[in-house]
Design a protein around this ligand. Structure first.
Ligand code: PGA
Ligand code: ZN
Length: 422
């Protein structure tokens, strides 16, 4: 038995310099599992709730209340349980919280405990975390989706679209794709410099220049792919996260100084898809525009991935509605949007059963945690997004994947562009 003997929690900083919670889970054997929890900026309104102190310190963002919940009520319930029974631990958290959105204990407290227990159990079993999460045959490395131009709520520039991602899917393995991604990233930097544009980076490590239009960002990425010696649409692609809720106002999408209906915005996306090597669009419409999403999927679902992030918030009930309405063909997976590992894995399972693709994702406020790297290999979804190949908290996830690929050796599999095939 891997009895949990204590839960500890401390307040640390995330990559934006905001406080966040780190949880330690200690087992009877002396093994300690750790989870440092990330935090979003462009959160979905249906996400589970992070508890913040709302006191003067840290501008109201302190996490002492969440810490008290971990070392108080949660520890009372979870200490003495067996870390091998992840579902039992997570059900205890769900029951103790008792709300539909973890607003009593805090999703930050819950996910910290849930993932720290999983980490401890993997160490106890002396197996890598991805094998504990995915079984002995977990061996698929994900294609990286690198957010190389940042806009929206992640940067102080004029771009409406939050993320312009580079997808170097043409590498023969993960390591090669990352190398291609880094080469293209550096080529993009040279192009920006030559044009007198800013090379400062945004929250997710991508450049954050002011550009005339969103199309300009796609043009620059195509030039960078070519400039690095690769073929757009064969070696490397573009993926967008529009985060459309952030430019949705009173029933209209305010983009490029125009006020568009869902239908008109879909026309704009169709035009972009016809002119650029776009392979995926995330949150193209806002989080409750279900009719718009169904129309978008009807129009573009045969060609590219349409990914629900704020739309689904890693919540099985919302995902099931989306499956029923054919609202998309893919889902973004963020454990802290829902609050426990078991609910996260169930969401991935439901998505896979419906033939949806899953992209494992970081948050814009990150920590040094490599949990999502292990979740990506463990769940075998074949896709991950963790920002640009820049900034330590982004790169740490990719580096862990390079290590996992090395460790798996011959066993490692890489799907490349097929990871996007429905
Ligand atoms: P967030 O953004 O972490 O700020 O919510 C990431 C995303 O929208 O995918
Ligand atoms: Zn998103």
């Amino acid at each position: 038995m891997s009895e949990i003997i204590s839960l500890r929690a401390i307040e640390i900083l995330d990559s934006r310099g905001n406080p966040t919670i780190e949880v330690d889970c200690e087992l009877e054997s002396g093994v300690v599992g750790i989870m440092a929890v990330p935090s979003g900026a462009s959160k979905g309104i249906h996400e589970a709730i992070e508890i913040r102190d709302e006191e003067k310190r840290y501008g109201g963002k302190g996490v002492n209340k969440a810490i008290q919940n971990v070392v108080g009520q949660i520890a009372e319930k979870v200490v003495g349980m067996d870390a091998i029974n992840q579902a039992e631990i997570d059900n205890a958290l769900i029951e103790l919280d008792g709300t539909p959105n973890k607003s009593k204990l805090g999703a930050n407290a819950c996910v910290g405990v849930s993932l720290a227990c999983a980490d401890a159990q993997a160490i106890e079993l002396e197996i890598p975390l991805y094998k504990w999460l995915g079984g002995v045959d977990a061996c698929i490395l994900p294609v990286p989706m690198l957010n190389i131009i940042n806009g929206g709520m992640h940067a102080d520039n004029n771009l409406d679209i939050q993320e312009f991602m580079l997808v170097p899917a043409g590498g023969k393995n993960f390591k090669e794709s990352i190398r291609m991604g880094a080469e293209i990233f550096h080529t993009l930097k040279k192009i920006l410099k030559a044009e007198g544009l800013s090379t400062g980076v945004g929250d997710e490590g991508g450049f954050a220049p002011n550009l005339q239009t969103n199309r300009n960002a796609c043009e620059l990425i195509v030039r960078a792919i070519e400039g690095a010696g690769y073929k757009p649409g064969k070696d490397a692609f573009i993926a967008l996260d529009c985060a459309a809720s952030s430019f949705y106002q009173d029933g209209k999408y305010i983009i490029e100084q125009k006020s568009l209906s869902s239908y008109e915005l879909i026309n704009l996306y169709e035009d972009w898809v016809n002119n650029f090597p776009i392979i995926s669009i995330e949150d193209g419409l806002e989080e409750d525009d279900w009719d718009g999403w169904s129309e978008l999927t009807k129009r573009l679902g045969g060609k590219i991935l349409l990914v629900g992030d704020d739309l689904y918030v890693t919540n099985v009930e919302r995902l099931e509605k989306g499956i029923e309405l054919k609202a998309s063909n893919a889902i973004l997976i963020k454990p802290n949007q829902i609050g426990t590992l078991t609910e996260t894995l169930k969401c991935i399972e439901s998505a896979k059963r419906a033939g949806f693709k899953c992209i494992i994702s970081h948050r814009s406020g990150e920590t040094e945690s490599t949990f999502i790297s292990h979740l990506a290999v463990g769940s075998g979804t074949g896709l991950i997004k963790s920002g640009a190949p820049s900034r330590g908290e982004r790169v740490v996830k990719y580096n862990e994947l390079i290590r996992i690929e090395e460790e798996l050796g011959e066993e490692a599999q890489y799907l490349g562009v097929d990871a996007f095939k429905l």
